[in-house]
Ligand binder design. Structure first.
Ligand code: GLU
Length: 396
C-alpha cells in the first residue's frame, strides 16, 4: 500500500492528532487542510512508520450541514446529532485523500468506556493492532453521537494519548494552532517564546498552559499538556506542534530541534490498569493517611493498611477510586479502595489483629495504587470527570 521502507531510520509507531479548528472551516470540512495533513501521514508511511491519526471536527463539520453554526449554542444532544452528520462527511474526505496516496483509511470511534472496561480495551487494542498490521491508517475520533455526556472525553487530546498507550506508540504528535507551548499567551504578551522541552509536567506548567484557546476546538493548551502527561507516563514521547508547520510530522518523529514542545517520556511505562486509575477514573473520595503510611507508600511500594488510615472524606464504595492524602492534606497517590467509606471509617487506625475476620486489611492494594507527581493539577479528580464538567461551560 504505497509503502517503501527506508532501512536507515528505525520504524516508529506514531499517533498524530489534529483538531477541529485545523480541519474544518465555516462551511464544514476543509478538504485542503485534510489533504495537507494526510500528505504528511503518507510521508511517514513512505518512511516505513506505522501511523494512527486522531481527528476532531465531526461536530464542526456537521453543524453547517444542518444550517447551524457553533455560535448558535446548540444543546448537547443536538451537538451529538451534528457529530453523526459531520463524522461521515469528515471520513469521506479522509478516505478520498488517503486513497489518493495509495493508502486505506479505517474509521475507529471510541468512547471512554473502551478504555475503562478491560474487555473493551482489549478488543480496541486488538483491532487497532490488526489495522496497523494490514497497513491501514486508522482514523480515530470520539464516538460523540453515543458517548455518555457525563463521562465523555470532550476533547480528542486525551483520546490521542490513551490511543498512544493502547498501540504502544513511540511518538504522539498533538497538532495545534500555536508553535507549541509558549511561555505566555501570545495574544497578551508579544515576548512569548516557545518552550522546547519539558522534562515533567508540573503545576507551574499547567498554570502557563491556561485554558481553552480556540472557539472551534475544545482542547486548548491545558488539555494538550494533560494529554502529554498521560503520554509521558505511558513511556511515549509527546510533541505539541503547529499544524501548519511544513513537515511537522516527519520532523516531530525525527526529533528535529524546535519542531514544537517536546514532553519527555518517563523511563518507566505505566501499565494500562495504573494509567486508567491515575488518569481516567474520577476519585469518589479522599483517604487521609498518617505520615508513616505516606512515607511507606511513597518509598516502599507497599499496600495501604487500615492502621495507616487517619480520616475518610466523602462517600464511596468498595472498588471506587480514591485520592490518598498525607496529614498535610496534599494528595500524593490515587488508588482503588477495597472497602466502602463507612466500613473504612470504622477500621481507621486499627491494626490487622484488631480487625474482624474476613475484612480486607489491605485497604488499597499496591497493585491498585499509583503515586502521583507532586502537582496541584487535575489528576486527582480524574481526567474524565474533569472534562465532563469543563465541557458544559464551553461550546464546540
Ligand atoms: N470529537 C469532537 C468532534 O469531532 C471534537 C473534540 C475536540 O474538539 O477535540 O467534533
Amino acid at each position: 500500500m504505497g509503502e517503501t521502507r527506508s532501512r536507515e531510520q528505525p520504524v516508529a509507531t506514531v499517533v498524530a492528532k489534529i483538531g477541529s479548528s485545523s480541519v474544518t472551516g465555516a462551511h464544514g470540512v476543509d478538504v485542503d487542510a485534510i489533504a495537507r495533513f494526510c500528505a504528511q501521514v503518507a510521508g511517514l508511511r513512505d518512511q516505513g512508520h506505522r501511523v494512527v491519526t486522531v481527528t476532531s471536527g465531526a461536530i464542526a463539520a456537521g453543524l453547517p450541514a444542518l444550517g447551524m453554526t457553533a455560535a448558535d449554542g446548540a444543546d448537547v444532544v443536538t451537538l451529538q446529532a451534528a457529530s453523526a452528520v459531520g463524522q461521515s462527511r469528515l471520513m469521506r474526505v479522509y478516505d478520498d485523500v488517503l486513497g489518493g496516496h495509495g493508502l486505506v483509511g479505517g474509521q475507529v470511534l471510541l468512547t471512554p468506556l473502551d478504555f475503562m472496561v478491560r474487555h473493551q480495551y482489549l478488543h480496541a487494542r486488538r483491532t487497532l493492532a490488526r489495522l496497523l498490521d494490514l497497513g491501514v491508517v486508522p482514523v480515530v475520533n470520539e464516538n460523540d453521537a453515543v458517548a455518555d455526556d457525563e463521562i465523555r472525553f470532550g476533547d480528542n487530546d486525551r483520546i490521542a494519548a490513551l490511543v498512544a498507550h493502547l498501540v504502544a506508540a513511540d511518538v504522539l504528535v498533538l497538532l495545534t494552532d500555536t508553535p507549541g507551548l509558549l511561555t505566555a499567551d501570545p495574544r497578551l504578551d508579544a515576548g512569548a517564546s516557545l518552550i522546547e522541552e519539558i522534562l515533567e509536567v508540573d503545576a507551574e506548567l499547567e498554570a502557563v498552559a491556561g485554558g481553552t484557546g480556540s472557539a472551534t476546538g475544545s482542547g486548548g493548551m491545558a488539555s494538550k499538556l494533560a494529554a502529554a502527561r498521560i503520554a509521558a507516563w505511558s513511556g511515549v514521547r509527546a510533541v505539541i506542534a503547529s499544524a501548519t508547520r511544513p513537515n511537522v510530522l516527519a520532523d516531530a518523529v525525527a526529533g528535529v530541534t524546535g519542531v514544537g514542545t517536546v514532553v519527555r517520556p518517563r523511563a518507566k511505562r505505566l501499565g494500562a490498569r495504573k494509567l486508567w486509575i491515575a488518569f481516567a477514573v474520577g476519585a469518589a473520595g479522599t483517604v487521609v493517611v498518617d505520615e508513616g503510611a505516606r512515607r511507606a507508600l511513597l518509598e516502599r511500594n507497599v499496600s495501604l493498611l487500615a492502621a495507616g488510615v487517619g480520616e475518610v472524606r466523602g462517600t464511596f464504595r468498595a472498588d471506587d477510586a480514591v485520592e490518598l492524602a498525607g496529614p498535610d492534606g496534599r494528595v500524593f497517590a490515587k488508588g482503588l479502595v477495597r472497602v466502602g467509606s463507612a466500613a473504612l471509617a470504622a477500621m481507621a487506625g486499627k491494626r490487622t489483629s484488631e480487625l474482624a475476620e474476613g475484612v480486607p486489611h489491605e485497604v488499597v492494594h499496591r497493585d491498585d495504587l499509583v503515586v502521583l507527581p507532586s502537582t496541584n493539577g487535575p489528576q486527582g479528580r480524574g481526567y474524565l470527570a474533569a472534562t465532563s464538567s469543563e465541557k458544559r461551560s464551553r461550546r464546540t
